[in-house]
Design a protein around this ligand. Structure first.
Ligand SMILES: Cc1cc2nc3c(=O)[nH]c(=O)nc-3n(C[C@H](O)[C@H](O)[C@H](O)COP(=O)(O)O)c2cc1C
Length: 397
């Protein structure tokens, strides 16, 4: 599958370095040529001898080796690689990359390369949550560096987010990126994400708990697969994916107007946004005064953006997300029909690990023919990939 692909595997000084033996072994088995570059600190965790044996290549550890070779080594290595994987990636190498520091052979190759770079961060949860580290990561994402999300679970010190994903997960991501799904090339995809906020008065609003994670993951993945993506998002704390046309909105009506104005020129609309079903009937111009009496809020139904687009639909593929806590399949099938959708993605927030705010989702896909496909608990990135596989298939029909 990776026959003759040239991969540089950068290993840095994290406890998960031991897992890289298995990654290199698998890449070799798939036919890739692998050159391992290890930082000085990585060598405290595993030996170059192990990596040399597994990669069947000399391991690169020095910027200025005693035995000088002809040519500029870091530039040659950077040019040689079709793809660079850094696993595990320490907080240190990510900080250096963000700053453009080139003070050893790995960081210098990284500054010199034009090839795609996939970074697999792994570290203690406090390091992972560190705000400077998070900012560094977001900055690199915006520049187009690829990241594989660490897992959550037992770490060398404590538990939490920061675990290097299992070798097979990393290798399958490498395969996907190298063999390059470009199936959405030339397509225009409109994604809505997050919640809407409906004002009650100048300081208060009603809303819901949608974080936007699912929609942002879809927008990012669609863009990576070659689509021209417009992301219309309600308020969200997530960083805006690189290379997407981003339209921030607050109220459901603003989202409706933004969707409507783009719908005509779109090939697919994927509505993940949790749009308010009910909105205040009257918005007070002044702050509603605090009182010891009960007050009544009068709510009216909000706009059903998906249904409206279902009526306007010509050739567009229309995908809805349905959040149901009971009879989810039957209710979702009804929605699919009523709203003239091509696909509905059902999630039940009561399933552990699914729904709002979390990084994973367990979804069921239902198509127009009534075919029901229940997927296992996946990361939102993986679930996004599955939804896009379906959209891509529907576009070909
Ligand atoms: C036992 C041990 C385990 C470590 N594990 C990690 C880790 O998993 N992730 C990380 O970012 N740093 C970890 N560190 C800290 C890094 O080794 C340290 O920041 C180092 O400067 C990284 O250098 P490098 O990025 O050049 O390899 C660990 C240090 C020790 C002593």
């Amino acid at each position: 599958m990776l026959k003759n692909k040239k991969i540089i595997m950068g290993i840095t000084g994290g406890i998960a370095a031991y897992k890289t033996c298995e990654i290199v072994r698998r890449l070799k088995k798939l036919g890739a040529q692998v050159i391992v570059i290890m930082t000085q600190n990585a060598q405290k965790f595993i030996t170059p001898l192990t990596m040399e044996t597994l990669s069947e290549n000399e391991v690169v550890t020095e910027m200025f080796p005693e035995k000088r070779m002809v040519g500029v080594r870091h530039v040659n290595l950077a040019n040689w690689a079709d793809f660079i994987l850094i696993a595990p990636a320490t907080a240190n190498i990510i900080g250096k990359m963000r700053a453009g520091i080139a003070d050893d052979i790995l960081s210098t190759v990284l500054v010199s390369t034009k090839s795609p770079v996939l970074i697999a961060p792994a570290m203690n949860v406090n390091m992972y949550e560190n705000r400077i580290f998070q900012e560094n990561m977001e900055y690199l994402k915006k520049l187009g560096y690829l990241f594989i999300e660490p897992g959550t679970g037992a770490l060398a010190c404590g538990t939490g987010k920061g675990r290097l994903p299992e070798p097979e997960v990393i290798v399958s991501e490498v395969i996907k990126l190298i063999t390059g799904k470009n199936d959405l090339e030339g397509k225009s995809i409109l994604v809505t994400a997050g919640r809407t906020e409906e004002p009650l008065d100048p300081v208060r609003y009603i809303s819901n708990r949608s974080s936007g994670k699912m929609g942002y993951a879809i927008a990012e993945a669609a863009q990576r697969r070659g689509a021209k993506v417009t992301l219309i998002s309600g308020p969200s704390n997530l960083s805006i994916p690189g290379n997407v046309n981003f339209i921030p909105v607050k109220r459901a009506e603003e989202m409706y107007l933004a969707v409507k104005s783009h719908f005509g020129k779109t090939d697919a609309l994927i509505m993940t946004a949790a749009v308010s079903d009910f909105i205040p009937n009257v918005v007070s111009k002044d702050k509603i005064k605090k009182t010891s009496e009960k007050i009544w809020l009068e709510l009216k139904p909000g706009r059903d953006i998906l249904k409206e687009m279902g009526k306007l639909k010509k050739k567009q593929i229309l995908v809805g997300f349905s959040l149901e806590t009971e009879d989810e399949i039957e209710n979702s099938k009804k929605k699919l029909e009523e709203k003239n959708l091509d696909l509905i993605v059902v999630n039940n927030p009561n399933v552990p690990g699914a729904g709002f705010e979390v990084d994973t989702n367990q979804v069921t896909l239902i198509d127009k023919k009534g075919k029901v496909e229940k997927l296992p608990l996946l990361s939102k990135q993986e679930a996004a990939g599955k939804v896009l596989d379906k959209v891509s298939g529907l576009m070909k029909k």
